[in-house]
Ligand binder design. Structure first.
Ligand code: TTP
Ligand code: MG
Length: 409
């Protein structure tokens, strides 16, 4: 099955801002009258607004369109919620993009029909996340991908081999997954307009020979795909990941260690959450920066025990790597963090809530502070009174003159 979220970024925005539902809306970043809509809700699509359309064009088609700025972290969180639901149904799963995954549900077909399985997954996603998906079902992965787009939004479509003739073959050849404009133009110029003509090309020996000369071995692959014989396997989410990293390039270079650490922590948190979500443990962390003038990449890393995969340990390693390698005067254009030596393991970090915390347990408090900091996008420092009336204060408090938040245990 291919599971693809409907109008994903736009649906996420509607979720946290219900008055947007039903009014035309696109998600995009507008700067000095330029920018594109990454996606639009279905109310805007009725006017012809599409993904990757310039905002000025979207406004011409739909003058009332509301343009909302994108919030990738939020979308990634929502996508992870959805993938967590899907993962319960099958561990053979590949996350193909921010809003799409492939799963093999063959095992479940002992008990349920494919349509029942798809309906169950769909209902479960709706119940847990309030988002809708479209699902494509087939015996071939690429066909399931094609099927997932055939009845959007909120649809379930099968594309069995016996249905190819009616459902897939009448479509233009450019609609085939992974056939880009150039290839479809080439095929069109040879008189191959539909996926069906491509699928049956070998029956027309002359045309096949001519096309094969122009397109090479790639043509045979495309013919197989159009016949549902792609043999594309699901790539296991874990095994394809030898390392896991996250980086960001900044419009304005960062020159002070405080903002560098702050940005690094956001990236680390993101990468760490992905590690947790995939139930992986790492034994190495690397931190890298690109420096403005030379654009040289500086990378430092540290190995550690897989037991030490809790957030506090990881953060302190990253903190130490960065602060001991930063040199005053550096102008940092890009920061990245990455985990390697990944191995499947148990989830070691749990989201803590204030009432489950133990005041005297400083490392836990640090997690809470980190979570709070993450939510409010400000530094959060800890000060606490210990059982024996000793006072504990975060070291970093000492030379700070502006403290915005404090948690007192
Ligand atoms: P898609 O699944 O292609 O689109 P969609 O989910 O918005 O709509 P559909 O109902 O047809 O599936 O892409 C997923 C998200 O990726 C989309 O919501 C916005 C983002 N995106 C971009 O940022 N840039 C792009 O060029 C495209 C096509 C999508
Ligand atoms: Mg989608």
């Amino acid at each position: 099955m291919t599971i693809d979220l409907d109008a994903f970024f736009a649906s996420c925005e509607e979720l946290r801002n219900p008055e947007l539902i039903g009014t035309p809306m696109g998600v995009g970043f507008e700067l000095n009258g330029r920018g594109i809509v990454t996606t639009a809700n279905y109310a805007a699509r009725k006017f012809g607004v599409k993904s990757a359309m310039p905002i000025f064009k979207a406004k011409q088609l739909c003058p009332d369109i509301k343009v909302v700025a994108p919030d990738h972290d939020y979308y990634q969180d929502k996508a992870n919620e959805v993938f967590n639901v899907v993962y319960k149904y099958s561990k053979i799963m590949e996350i193909a993009s921010i809003d799409e995954c492939f799963i093999d549900v063959t095992k479940l077909t002992n008990k349920y029909t494919p349509l029942q399985i798809a309906q169950m997954i769909k209902n479960d996603i709706k119940k847990k996340t309030d988002l809708t998906v479209s699902i494509g079902i087939s015996t071939d992965l690429l066909l399931s991908k094609m099927a997932s787009g055939m009845d959007k939004p909120n649809g379930i479509t099968t594309l069995w081999i016996k249905e190819l003739k009616d459902k897939l073959w009448p479509l233009p050849v450019g609609d085939m997954y992974m056939i880009g404009c150039k290839t479809s133009e080439k095929l069109n110029s040879l008189g191959i307009e539909t996926i069906g003509q491509l699928a049956n090309l070998k029956n027309n020996h002359e045309l096949y020979k001519k096309t094969r000369k122009i397109m090479g071995v790639n043509l045979d692959k495309l013919i197989n795909e159009a016949n549902g014989e792609s043999k594309r396997e699901i790539e296991d989410v874990v095994s394809q990941l030898k390392s896991l990293s996250k980086e960001e390039t900044f419009g304005t270079s960062l020159t002070d260690i405080e903002s560098i650490l702050r940005e690094m922590r956001k990236l680390l948190k993101y990468a760490y959450e992905r590690l947790q979500y995939r139930k992986l443990n790492a034994n190495s962390l690397h931190v890298f920066i690109k420096v403005d003038k030379s654009f040289k990449r500086l990378s430092v890393s540290k190995r550690f025990d897989r037991k030490d995969n809790d957030w506090d340990s990881i953060w302190s390693i990253a903190f130490e790597l960065m602060s001991s390698n930063f040199v005053e005067g550096m102008s940092v254009k890009q920061i990245g963090v990455g985990f390697s030596g990944l191995k499947e393991g148990e989830r070691v970090y749990e989201q803590l809530t204030l009432d489950s915390s133990q005041v005297e347990n400083i490392p836990h408090l640090q997690s809470i502070a980190d979570d709070a900091s993450w939510s409010v996008h400000e530094d959060v420092f800890i000060g606490s009174t210990m059982n024996d009336n000793r006072r504990y204060e975060d070291k970093r408090l000492i030379d700070r003159d502006q403290i915005k938040f404090k948690i007192w245990g």
